[in-house]
Design a protein. Structure first.
Length: 114
């Protein structure tokens, strides 16, 4: 069983930046396509950004040009750099492999508000 721990969230003003990190309990992220997801209150969880084992990335249209997903296989960590944050980015952010999923971590809360 893999345990995922997300960190780096917080309260930020519109236009600000945050960098989220995702670490796994076992050194296996290197062999999986990974992704960041988010869930806003009253909404379904959605895929925000994905990265393959080869480093190919994809993004939901609403974050293209603002968010960047990356991975450091040596550190067994996946990152999400979020710039030009908007209030509609407010959500709990989770990382996970691309389907089929492992058990979800606790996520990290991102709140964008003035």
């Amino acid at each position: 069983q893999v345990q995922l721990v997300e960190s780096g969230g917080g309260l930020v003003q519109p236009g600000g930046s945050l960098r989220l990190s995702c670490a796994a309990s076992r050194s296996i992220l290197i062999i999986y396509d990974m992704a960041w997801y988010r869930q806003a209150p009253g909404k379904q969880r959605e895929l925000v950004a994905g990265i393959t084992t080869g480093g190919i990335t994809n993004y939901v249209d609403s974050v293209k040009g603002r968010f960047t997903i990356s991975r450091d296989n040596a550190k067994n960590t996946v990152y999400l750099q979020m710039n030009s944050l908007k209030p509609e980015d407010t959500a709990v952010y989770y990382c996970n492999r691309q389907k089929p999923f492992w058990a979800w971590g606790q996520g990290t809360q991102v709140t964008v508000s003035s």
